[in-house]
Design a protein around this ligand. Structure first.
Ligand code: NAP
Length: 267
């Protein structure tokens, strides 16, 4: 797939995997829309992209504000007239037990990680259908395949993405629109630092399990290649990825392994 002049909208573009994707697509000549809440960080990423002002747009948004999404899509179309790739990457993790987590927190995480992606995608689909083309990338997680202690709402939000976007793919292929679900294991970003604890405050710790994590550049490269090959699902990471396979083929062994996982993350 030729990336030059493709219009690519990335959420969670202010850091981590979203930032690496923005830099990689910019290097390949794409036009980029950078979205997240932190405008200062988006400005920093924009500068690093080093592309002409007319080919890049900072569009701040909060994924929990679902009613804003149609207006945001309008702004993108006013500037670029089309959207070739939507990357639903923005998200937030969790470090708290089910028993200590208020329902408000569960809803907050679902609102950002699941309904945020759903609302944004719905605002972009009419244009992709009109164009008769488009690629939708959805950042799930290994936790979209398995349940891990301390991440109940996070895992639920990522599992939910699979149900929704697998269904969308089955409905929308006739319009020449593809859907890729990406399931990374550990990636070196601030995801654990920004994760919410039981009180809704940042966990503020880089978990030891991230010591051997993949780099964001590695992950971004894999994603770009997977879209080109029209892959439907992509598992990326180190040996932790085996968790998805063990659960599928040896579920009882998996449940034995995972019940001790909480010690590893230091709680
Ligand atoms: N790192 C990993 O090991 C890993 C593994 C599996 C899956 N993932 C997934 O990868 C995606 C990117 O995470 P990352 O690892 O790159 O972590 P990160 O560096 O913490 O990035 C998260 C991004 O999401 C944005 N975001 C958070 N809440 C938002 C909201 N309410 N509205 C709009 N944007 C919001 C943040 O920007 P602002 O703060 O500026 O809003 C930031 O750009 C997430 O969906 C995460 O679940 C990560």
């Amino acid at each position: 797939m030729e990336l030059k002049n493709k219009v690519i909208w990335i959420t969670g573009a202010s850091s981590g995997i979203g930032e690496a994707l923005a830099l990689l697509y910019a290097k390949n000549g794409a036009k980029i829309i950078l979205s997240s809440r932190n405008v200062k960080e988006l400005e920093r990423v924009k500068k690093q992209c080093e592309i002409e002002e007319k080919n890049i747009l900072i569009l701040p948004l909060d994924l929990s504000q679902h009613n804003d999404m149609e207006e945001k899509a309008k702004i993108v179309l006013e500037k670029f007239s089309r959207i070739d790739i939507l990357i639903n990457n923005g998200g937030i993790s969790q470090r708290s037990l089910v028993t200590e987590t208020d329902l408000k927190m569960d809803k907050k995480i679902m609102d950002i990680n699941f309904f945020g992606a759903v609302a944004l995608t719905k605002s972009v689909l009419p244009q992709m259908i009109k164009q008769k083309s488009g690629n939708i990338i959805v950042m799930s997680s290994l936790t979209g395949k398995i349940g891990v202690p301390m991440r109940s709402a996070y895992a639920a939000s990522k599992h939910a993405l699979h149900g929704f976007f697998d269904t969308l793919r089955a409905e929308i292929w006739k319009e020449n629109i593809t859907v890729l679900l990406v399931c990374p294991g550990y990636v070196k970003t601030n995801i654990s630092v920004n994760a919410l604890n039981a009180n809704g405050l940042p966990h503020n710790k880089q978990d030891a399990s991230f010591n051997n994590a993949k780099t964001t550049e590695y992950v971004a490269n894999k994603i770009v290649k997977a879209v080109k090959k029209n892959k439907k699902e992509l598992l990326i990471g180190g040996k932790e990825i085996m968790g998805a396979h063990i659960k599928r083929f040896f579920p009882n062994l998996f449940f034995k392994i995972i019940q001790n996982h909480k010690e590893k993350i230091g709680k």
